[in-house]
Design a protein around this ligand. Structure first.
Ligand code: CP
Length: 328
């Protein structure tokens, strides 16, 4: 159990495995007709997003509700930040209302670590600048684990992460989660879209990585071109980028049927993915979103249920549910 989740590196390989095992239990809850358990009754989870989000914010709020926690949503654009209140004062004000966990997304690298130092509540990093997005890394690892039936780890798994790695917190956290489980991860990008400190396996030759028959690759992970984070033209034009680094129809036809195609969303259709993902046999992009709820339930439960039996509430609820079914 950890008080906060700020990065995959701080969680460590054992922590990654612990969360993924717990996500299996949460996935079982989510398959029930009434996917709700009282595990975090009495706890309050507050979403504090200073950057836009669809998947992460909604899935954290759903995860908290399925564990019976109360939820609060802080809307930065309608807050007293507009009257000059600082981030520290904002966090301390919300904490004073009785918050057990903050889920924070911020454009500045390191903001979740500051928040963690200002409050006794748990803190989840839901994305800080270009730096880290640990629950995305965990849900990606969980998706590979379940879709490729790899419960014991990723030894020998060949993964290519393709695209705008320089600006991608997803690339960093997903690489960290996959390598913690033993995968071999290659970054594929033009040199202008690689960070200054380059992962040891990096190339600009996507076609070599896919190979002639696609058999050399278990996971093809396409990243979004993050135009909003670019302050200069780092690729000549998007058409050329797609030709060299996009999942085109020709490359899709070369993939082995069992190769997973992943993307964190939102997709720039026609740029990094130039085919209809629903027509790719290995595409698991919607499963990533679905798994995000189970993984975020696991993260919240891991942080907030300290001192209680890890699964007792969930198991008891199942028994109670069965009893009620018999009675009705
Ligand atoms: N993958 C991801 O973080 O998506 P959102 O920005 O929609 O949360």
């Amino acid at each position: 159990m950890s008080r906060s989740l700020l990065s995959i590196d701080e969680l460590g390989a054992d922590g990654v495995r612990r969360i993924l095992d717990l996500a299996d239990t949460m996935a079982e809850v989510n398959r029930r007709p009434n996917p709700k358990v009282p595990a975090l009754r009495g706890k309050t989870v507050c979403s504090v997003f200073f950057e836009d989000s669809t998947r992460t914010r909604l899935s954290f709020e759903t995860a908290a509700k399925r564990l019976s926690a109360d939820t609060m949503t802080f809307a930065a654009s309608q807050s007293s930040l507009n009257k000059g209140e600082s981030l520290k004062d904002t966090i301390e004000t919300i904490a004073a209302m009785g918050v057990d966990a903050f889920v924070i997304r911020h454009r500045s690298t390191g903001a979740p670590w500051l928040v963690d130092g200002w409050t006794n509540a748990s803190v989840v990093n839901a994305g800080d600048g270009w730096h880290a997005h640990p629950t995305q890394g965990l849900l990606d690892a969980y998706t590979v684990r379940t879709c490729l039936n790899r419960p014991d780890g990723f030894d020998g798994l060949r993964v290519a992460i393709v695209g705008d790695i320089k600006h991608s917190r997803v690339a960093r956290s997903t690489t960290a989660a996959f390598t913690a489980l033993g995968a071999d991860v290659t970054w594929v990008a033009p040199s202008t879209l690689l960070p200054p400190v380059v992962h040891e396996h990096a190339t600009d030759r996507l076609d070599d990585v896919i190979g002639a028959d696609g058999e050399g690759l278990d996971v093809l992970y396409m990243l979004r071109m993050q135009n909003e984070r670019m302050t200069e033209a780092l690729v000549p034009n998007l058409r050329e980028y797609t030709t060299r680094f996009g999942l085109t129809a020709e490359r899709a036809a070369r993939l082995a049927p069992q190769t997973l195609v992943m993307h964190p969303g939102p997709i720039n259709r026609g740029v990094e993915i130039a085919v209809d993902p629903s027509e790719l046999p290995g595409a698991v992009i919607n499963q990533q979103v679905t798994n995000g709820i189970s993984v975020r339930m696991a993260v919240l439960y891991d942080m907030l249920s300290i001192g209680s039996d890890p699964t007792s509430d969930i198991v008891i609820t199942d028994a109670v549910a069965a009893e009620r079914t018999e009675e009705s």
